[in-house]
Design a protein around this ligand. Structure first.
Ligand SMILES: [Zn+2]
Length: 215
């Protein structure tokens, strides 16, 4: 029986070789960052897998989490992290023998709904933005143990903490007013993010209206 709305059936741990990726998934995810998160935080969110009478369990949402678990491969791995001075093993294999598997919420639905679930799960995160103050505050609580498993690099956190919105080249020189007027600027090409930050701080301290550009 299928339904035009997703119906939850059960939550179960499924070996990866019994799961298949959603055919034609259009999203390209950052698999290594997801694996970093899984190692540091564990699998905090279930995959959404569709059960039918004919096909293997098909992952509608969480295809990149599945790929990250595949990338981890059979355990144990030698990953260790430190949390408040205490050493902890990998959140995927726990430093023990582990066969690649993922916790899945199994649903049933019709083909049309399966496509919609896959599409909206990918699209919904594109459409969101950030409250930068809230983001900077959240990150600040993690300073002591580092930003591993947050998806943020140290350089990104520094940029957020300094409340410098990342701009693309066009935005950097665009005026917010509707009326076009010429603007004159100089772009300083930097070797890396550290130099970019140093140059930005130097120019700002000299009173220049500097903007950060990453292309
Ligand atoms: Zn591991």
């Amino acid at each position: 029986m299928t339904s035009s709305q997703a119906t939850y059936i059960r939550t179960v741990n499924v070996p990866l070789d019994e799961l298949r990726a959603f055919p034609g998934n259009a999203r390209c995810g950052d698999v290594p960052t997801i694996l970093d998160s899984l190692r540091r935080n564990g699998q905090y969110r279930s995959l959404i897998a569709r059960e039918t009478e004919t096909d293997p369990l098909t992952v509608l949402a969480g295809n990149h989490t599945m790929q990250a678990l595949q990338l981890h491969g059979p355990g144990p791995c030698d990953y260790r992290t430190t949390h408040q001075g205490e050493e902890r093993p990998c959140g995927v294999c726990h430093g023990e023998d582990w066969s690649p598997a993922a916790r899945c919420e199994v649903i049933i639905c019709d083909d049309d709904t399966a496509r919609r679930v896959n599409l909206v799960d990918n699209k919904a995160s594109d459409a969101s933005g950030y409250d930068r103050d809230a983001l900077a505050e959240l990150l600040s609580y993690l300073e002591e143990d580092g930003f591993e498993g947050t998806g943020y690099t140290d350089a990104e956190v520094r940029q957020i903490a300094h409340a410098v919105p990342p701009l693309d080249t066009a935005d950097a020189l665009a005026d917010t007013e509707d009326v076009y007027r010429e603007q004159y600027g100089v772009i300083v090409v930097c070797g890396d993010e550290t130099e970019q930050e140093r140059v930005y701080n130097e120019l700002t301290s000299q009173g220049y209206n500097a903007k950060v550009v990453t292309t």
